[in-house]
Design a protein around this ligand. Structure first.
Ligand code: ATP
Length: 363
């Protein structure tokens, strides 16, 4: 069993409090991704788990053992870095063997492990080359190989794909997912890329300013963001927001802003009732807006002024103005629309989100 448990973890760099009371329970064999904007403390959290950074307060347990005082080498983890951290003067095979030699493994065992890792990663042909004779993608495979041969309890990944070009990154992402299915080793992965987080993670930890905002399965974060930050961070293009007031008239709760009067569906209306008269933020994703048709009731429609039309082939992204708010809508690519036109749009009421304007917490 290799659970990783983090309890009330804090990190101060002098007076700068960069990781704040982080609590996490990462299950055996789980793939957990830490995601958040630059500087949110995700790398520092990972480095504390790795033992590369001292803990200011709190505990880290790997496989039921508190490891706060255990040096990185004895934590039974293997880390893969963004810059690969390969030894330039050593061959691929020697790079992969290095950690095992340090740990006094016998030569036949080292060879067996390198062979297996090279097979898994498809780098058998490259074993005698030096890192400078490899492409970025090949170097990243070698870095993975060096982690695999260790057969660790936990893999730690620090933005391992960010030096690769976009196409290769997508390819390696798929390979990493297959690798995890095959090896089933508890993995923690740091990225600022929410698409990587959503596609790789069994669960995703969203961080901001050193604080965990939400932990959940990718679809849970997408469908039920805990606050406005998570709502805006997960999903691309990002969720649209409008500042609204909530009113109750004849039993119908509406969210109103200039140019917008949306009737809330029963369940959301129930939650909104406690907030009547208060400021709130309405959220709707671009993919939950469409060009209004006969089936759309007036309470779910609004007029939008088209500012920019982006034809992507699979969809059209419209940048529109709705009263004082800017909404992006993803519409059918067969539609013919032009900038500066007015268009009647409709939203899916069951896909609406509401957040308290002050606390930004979901209603
Ligand atoms: P990025 O994606 O840019 O790496 P991150 O979310 O991983 O961001 P961290 O690298 O954990 O963020 O950094 C969190 C905060 O801690 C930042 O404000 C950073 O400047 C600060 N920090 C990180 N390492 C140190 C250090 N060794 N000394 C002082 N401050 C540090």
């Amino acid at each position: 069993m290799a659970e990783v448990i983090v309890r009330k973890l804090n990190k101060m760099f002098d007076t700068n409090h960069v990781v704040k009371d982080v609590d996490l329970h990462i299950r055996d064999k789980e793939f957990v991704v830490f995601v958040g904007p630059s500087g949110c403390g995700k790398t520092t959290t990972l480095r504390m788990i790795a033992g590369l950074e001292a803990v200011t307060s709190g505990d880290i347990l790997i496989g039921n053992t508190v490891v706060n005082e255990v040096p990185p080498m004895d934590r039974d983890i293997a880390m893969v870095f963004q810059n690969y951290a390969l030894y330039p003067h050593m061959s691929v095979a020697s790079n992969m063997a290095f950690g095992l030699k340090m740990r006094k493994f016998e030569k036949p065992e080292i060879e067996k492990r390198i062979k297996r890792a090279a097979e898994i990663l498809g780098i058998g042909e490259l074993l005698q080359r030096k890192p400078r004779q490899l492409s970025g993608g090949q170097r990243q495979r070698v870095a993975l190989g060096r982690a695999i041969v260790r057969d660790p309890k936990v893999f730690l990944f620090d933005e391992p794909l960010s030096n690769l070009d976009a196409k290769l990154r997508v390819q390696m992402r798929v390979e990493l997912k297959k690798l995890h299915e095959r090896l089933a080793v508890t993995s923690i992965y740091v990225t600022h890329d929410q698409v990587e987080a959503m596609t790789l993670g069994d669960r995703v930890v969203v961080m901001k300013d050193g604080v965990v905002q939400q932990v959940g399965e990718p679809l849970q974060l997408y469908n039920s963001p805990a606050n406005r930050f998570v709502a805006g961070f997960i999903g691309s293009p990002a969720m649209n927001f409008a500042e609204v007031t909530l009113t109750d008239g004849n039993g119908l709760v509406t969210a109103e802003a200039p140019g917008l009067k949306i009737a809330l569906p029963a369940e959301l209306a129930g939650r909104a009732r406690a907030h009547l008269g208060r400021r709130a933020t309405l959220g709707i994703r671009p993919e939950d807006i469409h060009v209004a048709g006969p089936a759309d009731v007036a309470g779910h429609c609004f007029d939008a002024g088209i500012e920019v039309v982006e034809q992507l082939g699979s969809e059209i992204l419209l940048d529109t103005r709705v009263g004082s708010a800017l909404f992006v809508a993803s519409i059918d690519p067969a539609m013919r629309v032009r900038p500066h036109e007015k268009l009647r749009l409709a939203l899916k009421p069951e896909r609406l989100h509401l957040f308290d304007a002050e606390s930004e917490i979901a209603l």
